[in-house]
Design a protein around this ligand. Structure first.
Ligand SMILES: O=C(O)CCC(=O)C(=O)O
Ligand SMILES: [Fe+2]
Length: 253
């Protein structure tokens, strides 16, 4: 199975001497990786989900706003990530969809964990630690150390995410974008390795089973209905034949 994001291509890029701005997928071109401005991701204190109704509603609104405006946010006082998943499941869609969809189709056995290690890189401004990509899942929960290097696209520009101790970063994946009919966006992100220090991150990819059918919950649908299996196969096919993931645009109606 092709890696997703396609790591091999990262190395090909390195050997061919290409610079990162040449990525096909990047919306923001000509980025000088080391000159990217730092941003504070929306920070959401999840302990408010246990407070009174007004606080709970405010917290949920912040999650939905960050999901549609950024596609990325970070959370503190998260307790178990399941709490967040639950709130996403039950609250974000405001009862417009059948919340049991996630319970029925996503489980620990269909999701997976990836541990990323980025050794120090003396030419980090010229090569990617991880090339620009979107995640092929519902959502990703990321824990990063304090070295920094994660960058994301916002308003057609790359921003560097300022690391925050004890915060988890949540980002919307392709399936959530398709399912929400584009209300929530799967935002392109990349990693720039540090010149001095090694960096570690752990990403939990919340995925459904391969048979799960993904369809937009509102009409008219932007994307055609597809199974998660079909999606993964298409991603693999594109990566194998072109070196790049095309992703959701393949499924546009
Ligand atoms: O290491 C990071 O900060 C991001 C990792 C990532 O985007 C991924 O594993 O898909
Ligand atoms: Fe990612």
């Amino acid at each position: 199975m092709a890696s997703d994001p396609p790591y091999l291509e990262t190395y090909k890029t390195l050997f061919q001497g290409n610079t990162p701005g040449g990525s096909k997928g990047a919306k923001a071109k000509d980025n000088k990786l080391f000159m990217v401005e730092e941003c504070d991701l929306p920070l959401i204190d999840l302990s408010r989900l246990n407070l009174d109704r007004a606080e709970r509603d405010k917290c949920k609104r912040e999650i939905t706003d960050a999901s549609s405006n950024w596609g990325f946010f970070q959370v503190t006082n998260h307790g178990v990530p399941r709490q967040l998943l639950k709130s996403m499941q039950y609250e974000q869609m405001k009862g417009e969809v059948d919340a049991s969809f996630f319970q029925e189709n996503c489980s620990p056995s269909t999701s997976y964990l990836r541990m990323n290690r980025y050794p120090p890189c003396p030419i980090s401004s010229e090569v990617f630690g991880m090339m620009p990509h979107t995640d092929s899942d519902f959502l990703t929960i990321l824990y990063q150390d304090q070295v920094g290097g994660l960058q994301l696209v916002k308003d057609d520009r790359w921003f560097s995410v300022k690391p925050k101790p004890d915060a988890l970063i949540i980002n919307i994946g392709d399936l959530f974008q398709a399912w929400s009919n584009g209300v929530y966006t799967s935002v392109e992100h990349q990693v720039v390795a540090s010149e001095e220090g090694e960096r570690f991150s752990v990403a939990y990819f919340y995925c459904p089973s391969y048979n799960t059918v993904i369809q937009s919950y509102s009409k008219p649908a932007t994307y055609r209905t597809f199974s998660f299996r079909e999606y993964r196969q298409q991603v693999k096919k594109d990566v194998d034949s072109t070196g790049h993931k095309v992703g959701l645009p393949r499924f546009l109606l």
